[in-house]
Design a protein around this ligand. Structure first.
Ligand SMILES: Cc1cc2nc3c(=O)[nH]c(=O)nc-3n(C[C@H](O)[C@H](O)[C@H](O)COP(=O)(O)OP(=O)(O)OC[C@H]3O[C@@H](n4cnc5c(N)ncnc54)[C@H](O)[C@@H]3O)c2cc1C
Length: 406
């Protein structure tokens, strides 16, 4: 229920955009009133259907106060909210430990960033309103077996036949593909192009089209969050081509730059609260501050690293606000965060000892602080791979920041 001491103002956050302190109080008040205190409990051991329902419910709550698409331009029904306000939203959401809109990341960031920059008016009209008004879920169909780090090697083929492209091939690792209504799809339209990335086009794929088969991939944690997508003579209407034929590679850059570090920021904010909570809990469990100097040092080190990564992210967000390119800083942050997440979840799994090794029901939608540290540790590997592996990030940093020879 609403905490009057936290928020004395009416809690419609978008009514307070002009005053960031009042905006923060309104966001906090709205979250206090809206987030069910037992949502984590309810999603522990829950079925995928229950989780989908909960994600849809959460999206609708955000939508009802304009917080689902606040970062979209006003012309598309958003609030044109600056990054500073999005940061406040994330900070408050992390403080209260609210749910993440995990299934909507592509819908809210990647798809709109792509269409705002490259979509036709008809595409924008159909698909942006589909997310804004009906909560349609999108997935991303970029990676393929043999085309991950080297995405330009993708082999899924799209051939123009009259008013349609006929598509054949396979995608892999598409997050939440089993729930998606649409997919951002890259496919090869010109196999003869002199450079591999010059023959790729960008499509909107209707996931219910004939010839689309989606298979979940079960992970080591037991969860099946990814999918393989098989495309067998799938017909995509020509009006679903985004931008020009063979211009897909350039367009994909706007997709990949979409959420400007906000996702890592959200995880890092949540880890800050988790780390304080965990330290407190361990202290209480032992009845006094941790005696083991080695462990204390390790905790302190992780805390210092977390502080550093949060500062770097804020620097990147500021650069974004001033329209500066922060691509290289993003690589540093991504690498640093992936390592920190792994070190922290591994530390906690070790501290919990044998207790951490018991099989526990999965906690869905809790990011990387589910309280089941073995599962969080196993999940942390995802960050060392997604959006550019650690090795690729290191090469980028070596060549582009440190100027080392290729
Ligand atoms: C959590 C998560 C979510 C994802 N979601 C999606 C999604 O929604 N849609 C989508 O399309 N894809 C998604 N992916 C896939 C992701 O983009 C790829 O896994 C990633 O690009 C790496 O490609 P790969 O798995 O084919 O590995 P590979 O590229 O085959 O790499 C295998 C190993 O070789 C190393 N390696 C490769 N090339 C080099 C090199 N040049 N120099 C040094 N080492 C190298 C890598 O670092 C890695 O260790 C997701 C992945 C994860 C983990």
């Amino acid at each position: 229920m609403m905490d009057q001491t936290v928020n004395p103002t009416p809690f419609y956050p978008l009514g307070h955009v002009g005053d960031i302190i009042a905006f923060r109080a309104a966001v906090a008040g709205w979250l206090n009133a809206t987030v069910p205190p037992d949502w984590r409990q309810n999603l522990t051991g829950a079925s995928e259907e229950t989780y989908l329902k909960f994600q849809n419910w959460w999206f609708d709550q955000l939508k009802s106060v304009g917080l689902a698409t606040p970062h979209w331009p006003k012309s598309w029904g958003g609030a044109g909210l600056p990054l500073s306000h999005q940061v406040v939203m994330i900070e408050e959401l992390a403080r209260i430990g609210g749910p993440m809109a995990e299934m909507f990341v592509v819908s809210l960031f990647h798809m709109p960033a792509t269409l705002f920059a490259n979509g036709s008016p008809a595409q924008c009209d159909r698909y942006l309103t589909g997310v804004r008004d009906r909560g349609e879920i999108w997935c991303q169909g970029f990676s393929e077996p043999g085309a991950g780090s080297d995405l330009s090697a993708l082999r899924t083929r799209a051939e123009r036949k009259g008013d349609v492209y006929v598509v054949n091939g396979q995608k892999v690792w598409s997050s939440f593909g089993m729930h998606a209504d649409f997919c951002l799809l890259l496919a090869r339209t010109n196999p003869q192009a002199p450079k591999k990335n010059a023959g790729i086009s960008y499509f909107i794929l209707d996931m219910r089209a004939a010839g689309v088969t989606v298979r979940p991939i079960r992970q080591i944690t037991g969860r099946a969050e990814f999918t393989e997508i098989f495309l067998d003579n799938v017909e995509i209407p020509v009006e679903n081509l985004i931008g020009a034929e063979n211009a897909g590679w350039q367009i994909a850059q706007s997709t990949l730059a979409a959420e400007r570090g906000l996702l890592i920021f959200e995880h890092a904010e949540r880890m800050t609260h988790a780390l304080r909570r965990d330290y407190q809990a361990l202290t209480e469990q032992h009845g006094k501050p941790l005696e083991d100097a080695g462990l204390r040092r390790e905790f302190t080190k992780r805390y210092a690293e977390l502080t550093a990564v949060r500062l770097l992210i804020k620097q990147m967000i500021e650069q974004g606000e001033h329209g500066q390119d922060s691509g290289l800083l993003a690589a540093v942050i991504k690498l640093y965060w992936a390592q920190l997440l792994q070190n922290y979840t591994s530390l906690m799994a070790r501290m919990r000892g044998l207790d951490a090794q018991r099989a526990m029901p999965l906690s869905l939608g809790t990011g990387h602080n589910s309280g089941d540290y073995l599962s969080d540790f196993l999940q942390s590997y995802g960050w060392t791979i997604a959006g550019g592996t650690n090795e690729i990030m290191r090469t980028l940093i070596a060549e582009r920041i440190l100027g080392l020879p290729r």
